[in-house]
Design a protein around this ligand. Structure first.
Ligand SMILES: [Zn+2]
Length: 163
């Protein structure tokens, strides 16, 4: 995708195709997309001979046609698939990735109380895989997003003792 082509206005035809793919709903609710998607549930639009992330087009149609390359369009609702223009906002790539890192860190801290996050099936799988020497406690801790100490307790049956 060329730098210049990025901000070329959509043709009238493409614009109509685009709007036809959005299922407008209550302004408060998330709007669904009837077109195709790319990895991570992001709507993808094919129009005027190229494929583009549909949320970027949405932003350009509703807010400003000029979109810098390092601007990312994010959702206030957390649904990547959402096409409600009231649920999107613009951010810089740097800021967005900083926040993602912070969220990840917060998630990791949340895992200090991991008991509720594992299911009985997880616990049984963990015990079985360790018994079969399929993997290490460290790898399991990473895989399930819990501490190694917690994996150790599971294996030694100091927790999840009822199964
Ligand atoms: Zn939404």
């Amino acid at each position: 995708m060329g730098k210049k082509g990025n901000n070329e206005p959509l043709s009238r035809k493409a614009r109509r195709q685009f709007m036809d793919l959005i299922k407008t709903d209550d302004p408060e609710k998330c709007w669904s997309w009837n077109g195709s998607f790319m990895r991570g549930d992001y709507p993808l639009f094919y129009g005027d001979g190229k494929q583009q992330p549909a949320v970027r087009i949405l932003y350009r149609l509703y807010y400003t046609n000029y979109l810098k390359r390092d601007w990312v369009i994010r959702h206030t609702c957390g649904n990547n698939w959402c096409m409600n223009p009231n649920h999107i906002y613009r951010d810089t790539r740097a800021n967005a990735s900083k926040e993602t890192q912070m969220e990840r860190r917060r998630f990791t801290i949340g895992e200090r109380h991991p008991q509720s996050r594992l299911t009985e099936k997880d616990v049984l799988d963990i015990r079985e895989r360790v018994a079969n020497k399929e993997t290490t406690q460290k790898a399991l801790a990473e895989e399930y997003g819990v501490t190694e100490a917690h994996i150790s307790k599971i294996i030694k049956r100091k927790t999840w003792t009822h199964i």
